[in-house]
Design a protein around this ligand. Sequence first.
Ligand code: CO
Ligand code: ZN
Length: 328
Amino acid sequence: MFELIRQLVNLYGATGREAGVADAVEALVRDHVDSIRRDALGNLICEKRGTDPDGKRIMLSAHMDHIGFIVVAVEKEGYLRVMPVGGVGLAVSRTRHVSFQNGVQGVIVQEPVREGETPAMKHMFIDIGAADESEALSMISLGDVAVYANDCFRLGEHRVAAPAMDDRVACALLVSVMQALPKTRNTVIAVFSTQEEVGCRGAKTAAYSVDPDIGIALDVTANGDTPETKLPAIRLGEGAAVKIMDRGSISNPDLVRELLAAGERAGVRTQREVLPFGGTDAMAMQVSRSGVIAGTVSIPCRYVHSACEVIDLRDVEAARALLLEYLK
Ligand code: CO
Ligand code: ZN
């Protein structure tokens, strides 16, 4: 599982520019599904048909996109001014290594602010080593998007840190589930979605075309196990989290019960997740067409939306076993 996660977190795939990730995922699942297609938003939709014509359609969604910084202007000194694409934080972005799709590397920096002024994205710039504006514009174009640069490493025995763990860890989980899933009565549609970080836009169109009976988002969730943080009551290494509610959706209670029961049958640990903020592709699936039974299986993750998002491999394995048990 670690190698698969590493492969996927190291790919460039800013929000709205997920094609490289989709190519890699397609190669990994091609031999394990009946059909693969992409839609206008770039969603990769992989269907494994069920054996029973009256079986249900179950959509699983993991988003491929990664938060970043879009170039909006170039200063005469060659520095790039940026705006956020998705929820990038200022504090965790100061003096960070970033990289562009074309391989250009940069350092994102915050200039000192005037007294009484609150630091904002307008005080940030990216230094790509250009001497002036024209050199900068020979390296990148306005509208290019930088993301936190690759930096995937093991942390202790079971844990892994990397940028883009949100949500490539769930992309790896979904790839692995599709590779191991036998034919079942139900049709299972794995969607690797786009533009989640700007409002679950990919999952919205994918859910419309897939038209599922049940939708399950696979995403990371925040932790409450650092010294000063007790909420949400989610701890790294204590199992897959089954979401009850977040800001974007309230999970279907029967689905929550079935997912927790599947975890129990599979013999893995689960945690009940109530998140006071955030949202996942479940919020788009839930309100698709005339409504879809929806929920989320989450991977506990520390420091979400930073360059060092930390997960525990045992939680990923627990989520994998839970999902395979549920789907069969
Ligand atoms: Co996110
Ligand atoms: Zn996410």
